[in-house]
Design a protein around this ligand. Structure first.
Ligand code: CP
Length: 321
């Protein structure tokens, strides 16, 4: 039997082992089937409470965590920080302590500062899931990307994956690097020198500064969003120039394997990092499937951390009851 992820918090992919990743993906695969059936309502988390606390904007992650929790039968509260006491100056830790006093089972947190979610996890009694912290990690995005690849390619080990674009500011890139290298994939980073992680080679990846060379013979081409909100200035000359050299279009994609598949975590800047012609090509683009797998992965994660919390507290759980 595959050893399960046994921690109360999911803060990143860096600490996950290959068997733990496999167990989470196997569980998510089963939820993907449930999500395609007519009756999607389960009772795995009946009586449990999930709070979504998002300090940064989100469409995919916040909505899919809400759907995931509801499909598992949990009660869900969505905190709009702009309409909460955060807008009056309440600190992250005071907000966490306030929510913690209401006995949630899981806090799902997105924050603009790297490390903020880990800090928060030390101040609460419930489980904490990192929904993206600054440039640090976005573990459920890494897991949903891995599930999407595994379902389409049948494996992760031995695949050549190019992660391309604004790698410097990307928590998605960091979570994918840790996860994919742990699972035995060959990972390449393709970025302008100004947008690459200094010393990235120490993460077990190969670095390229030319898109065609970087994606040559790749099985997966993962494009990243240019993160204007995390840039001061001077990283790229212009979006037009960026697209010319680092934007993925059909002509550049021809350098990858003929059956290479294209991914993007979203939201996309069409015509900047990816051409609409590729993004909307259902034969080559996995972008919609990534969104679909996001719900399944978040169901698996919410179930797992809630179970781990229950075990830690000596509470009954499922068939253990
Ligand atoms: N991929 C991703 O995190 O998208 P959102 O910002 O819409 O959640």
């Amino acid at each position: 039997m595959t050893p399960d992820f046994a921690q109360r918090h999911l803060l990143g992919t860096r600490s996950l082992t290959a068997p733990e990743i496999t167990a989470l993906l196997d569980r998510a695969d089963r939820y993907a089937a449930v999500n395609r059936s007519a009756d999607k309502k389960l009772s795995v988390l009946t009586g449990r409470t999930v709070v979504n606390l998002f300090y940064e904007n989100s469409t995919r992650t916040r909505t899919s965590f809400e759907l995931a929790a509801k499909r598992l039968g949990a009660d869900v509260v969505n905190m709009q920080t702009g309409a909460s006491s955060v807008a009056k100056g309440e600190t992250l830790i005071d907000t966490a302590a306030t929510l913690n006093a209401m006995h949630p089972d899981v806090l799902v947190v997105r924050h603009q500062d790297s490390g903020a979610v880990s800090l928060l996890s030390q101040k609460v009694n419930c489980a904490v899931v990192n929904a993206g912290d600054g440039k640090h990690e976005h573990p459920t995005q890494g897991l949903l990307d891995a599930l999407t690849i595994r379902r389409r390619k049948g494996r992760l080990a031995g695949l050549r994956v190019a992660i391309c674009g604004d790698v410097l500011h990307s928590r998605v890139a960091r979570s994918n690097i840790h996860l994919l290298t742990t699972m035995g994939a060959e990972v390449r980073l393709v970025a302008p020198r100004t947008l690459c992680i200094p010393g990235a080679e120490s993460m077990g990846v190969e670095v390229f500064h030319d898109l065609r060379k970087g994606i040559a013979d790749c099985d997966i081409v993962m494009m990243l969003r240019i993160q204007n909100e995390r840039m001061s200035s001077g990283y790229i000359p212009s979006t037009r120039e960026y697209f010319r050299f680092f934007g993925l279009d059909r002509e550049k994609l021809a350098a990858a394997k003929p059956d290479a598949l294209v991914m993007h975590p979203g939201p996309m800047n069409r015509g900047v990092e990816i051409d609409s012609d590729i993004a909307d090509d259902v034969e080559r683009s996995l972008i919609r499937e990534q969104v679909e797998m996001g719900v399944a992965v978040r169901m698996a994660v919410l179930e797992t951390v809630t179970r781990n919390l229950a075990r830690e507290l000596g509470q009954p759980w499922g068939t253990e009851a």
